[in-house]
Design a protein. Structure first.
Length: 379
């Protein structure tokens, strides 16, 4: 890199890191406040609270990093223009495309960061969050639920026990109404939580399971001496623990078993998740190019930059909304997959065209009639 490239890269990198850290911290704080009941209602430690809230950071970085690239680009170009440095470079014969090199270096680094988040860190964090919340529910079941009270463990799941004897719960009643057509009621004399291979279970002893049948038929009642309930199913979509598309690694999504009933039922969601991860690293390039198109050309103090900034912001917002719309569309239609890639690539192309043709997106100064110019000169 030349001295000029290093100067621009350093300025834009500082702005990028400041924006990324600030926005991530602000949004993380709002997310953390929503999980504050972990400390109050569920009586978890501050370490558990920080672990749960911090696992959302990779997903935040995935969205914020391209925006930070855009803001850093606008800030750097506005600073260069405000200090008349862009005008000096233009007068020295440097074309606008000369600005592309330092910003491209910044964008490549940001794209690598987004790739790491989407392809590895984000699915791993969602999976760890799912497992951690499962353990919190198990802990909540044995330590927080009070004797004689009916407590909602999860949407549609009610739990009650008569009293506690040591680590065992006596007089257990639990009803699972998540599936309205398949309501299950568990009754047991005693039960206790245990863990096997990292999966928490509630082991019931001497009880019965009543499963309602559709169509008003008589329910099925099965008695048991010992019955284990997988607590990790709470929060899942069925009786068996199934990781959602966003909780699965990229390798797992690429090697899906299409005979799996869950995969068949959610093939569109898996398709959208995969292509969202692969296309996310393209957005830093699009946002950087649009920022360069808006402010890459030198402007005098009489040429306002407000409209250029506003136009670039509108273009970035429209591009991201189009990307979200395309992601939603490919859940239902496989033919829309190319759109997820074409949208950021089109944004990049438009930005580069605007950079290489500085007058294309600039507002031209109003033409002053010759008579008015002559009168102003005489006056």
């Amino acid at each position: 890199m030349s001295i000029l490239d290093r100067y621009i890269f350093r300025t834009s990198m500082v702005a990028f890191l400041a924006t990324l850290l600030t926005l991530t911290a602000v949004i993380w704080t709002t997310q953390a406040l929503r999980e504050f009941d972990l400390l109050t209602a569920k009586r978890q430690t501050i370490l558990v609270f920080l672990a749960v809230t911090s696992l959302s950071i990779p997903a935040l970085i995935t969205i914020i990093a391209p925006v930070a690239v855009f803001i850093a680009t606008l800030y750097t170009l506005n600073k260069l223009n405000g200090d008349s440095e862009l005008i000096v470079m233009s007068a020295a014969g440097l074309p606008p495309k000369r600005l592309l090199r330092p910003f491209l270096a910044l964008t490549v680094l940001a794209s690598l960061l987004v790739s790491t988040m989407t392809l590895w860190a984000m699915p791993a964090s969602f999976r760890d969050l799912r497992d951690l919340l499962t353990h919190i529910r198990a802990d909540f079941l044995t330590k927080i639920v009070k004797e004689g009270q009916f407590t909602t463990l999860d949407a549609g799941i009610t739990f009650h026990y008569r009293e506690k004897s040591g680590e065992a719960l006596l007089g257990i009643f639990m009803q699972d109404r998540r599936d309205k057509d398949k309501v299950s009621t568990y009754i047991a004399e005693r039960g206790q939580t245990t863990e096997s291979d990292g999966v928490p279970y509630l082991v019931l002893e001497k009880g019965s399971v009543q499963a309602d049948q559709p169509g008003g038929r008589s329910p099925n009642i099965v008695t048991f001496e010992r019955y284990a309930i997988d607590l990790s199913q709470f929060g899942s979509d069925g009786d068996v623990v199934t990781y959602k598309p966003r909780e699965r690694s990229t390798g797992e999504i690429l090697g899906l078993d299409m005979n799996d009933p869950y995969v068949k039922a959610n093939a569109g969601r898996f398709r959208a998740e995969l292509h969202d991860r692969l296309s996310a690293p393209l957005y830093p390039f699009a946002f950087m190019a649009l920022g360069l198109a808006g402010l890459g050309a030198a402007r005098t103090t009489r040429q306002g930059r407000g409209m250029a900034i506003a136009g670039a912001v509108v273009a970035v917002i429209a591009l991201r909304i189009a990307g979200f719309a395309a992601s939603s569309l490919i859940v239902r239609a496989a033919w829309a997959v190319p759109l997820v890639y074409l949208i950021p690539l089109a944004g990049t192309a438009i930005g580069l065209v605007g950079l290489l043709n500085p007058g294309l997106f600039q507002r031209k100064s109003p033409r002053v009639p010759r008579a008015a110019r002559l009168q102003a000169a005489r006056g």
